[in-house]
Design a protein around this ligand. Sequence first.
Ligand code: PLP
Length: 397
Amino acid sequence: MSYRPGRHFLQIPGPTNVPDRVLRAMDGPTIDHRGPDFQALGKRVLSGIRTIFQTKHPVIIYPASGTGAWEAALVNTLSPGDLVLMYETGHFASLWKKLAERLDLKTEFIGGDWRHGADPAAIGERLAADTAHTIKAVCVVHNETSTGCVSPIADVRKAIDAANHPALLMVDTISSLGSIDYRHDEWGVDVTVGGSQKGLMLPPGLSFNALSEKAIEASKSSRLPKSYWAWDEMLPANANGFFPYTPATNLLYGLDAAIEMLHEEGLDNVFARHQRHGAATRAAVAAWGLDVLCVEPKHHSGSLTAVLMPGEKGADALRKTILERFDMSLGAGLSKVADKIFRIGHLGDFNDLMLVGTLGGVEMGLRIAGVRHEAGGVEAAMEVLASATEGQAQQAA
Ligand code: PLP
């Protein structure tokens, strides 16, 4: 393939654009992972990552993709045959359920239409009916990357407490961490699962389990087999800044830089920026006369927007046109919504002009591919970007 000038637009909802500062930070020597320089780095990232999860409790860092951290959350806390209540927000919730079943757990799905976040009332009702407390964990995806719907985790916690149920609460924040406000401690989450390749602006390859005291306690009696994922191997080593096996040193350099960058911008500003880009993107979609997949405004995502194709099909052909003509990758519709939607990622290292470029590419693609739409989406988004301060857009979102 010949050289394509200019930057590729990586507007899938993760992996996201890796900023030069992170790339440069990773471009250092791989050092002795049992030496003093590594220890200083290990201590810094293990403590810094807590601030991103908004927790004072330990956060485990795995050299693995997010799927590994899903598995780690379950195998560290549960025993064979335990029942897990999960919520069908979309494709990723369905994959987590499949993974749980492969681990010899029983699962129960609260059905969803892939157009809303989880309904805390439905979770509360199911838990209230479980008077024998056979349900051992409730698993919810915070930002469902396949749909662009956000689940109200604080309300899920309230529903669990109102039912007076002892189940652990486990939350997947893979596409919301560092993009959408998320509070592990305040919301009483027992295990939060995160990944490096989205809001954290890193390449794929790191994933996380943020823990609670209750989760650590549960891990002491959990009987699912585990070795690589075992928290009781990680926690003592981490206490000194080390890892029980060879860590992904260069990714940790990147993580160190990314944490610093998120704090330089300020987490509240990071969240407001994502809300504002979500609001501008939805303004564009509305002006095109198209619909976003997520129908509940309270659940609209700040990290991605899934757009329904008019006439139900043709999203993949549109994405192909946009990739070939404008060198921009958009997210595909997954499983149930394959070819019916395309997803615009607006998370991570991203700013107003990148969004205008992204939406310009989509609007030109719609025109070239002959998709029924109105012109003026980019104009509508620019209106939002030019007029709204971050605070105003947050209120409007
Ligand atoms: N959960 C969510 C919400 C995701 O978006 C993804 C990946 O996109 C995963 C889990 C799986 O993570 P990974 O592909 O890093 O294993």
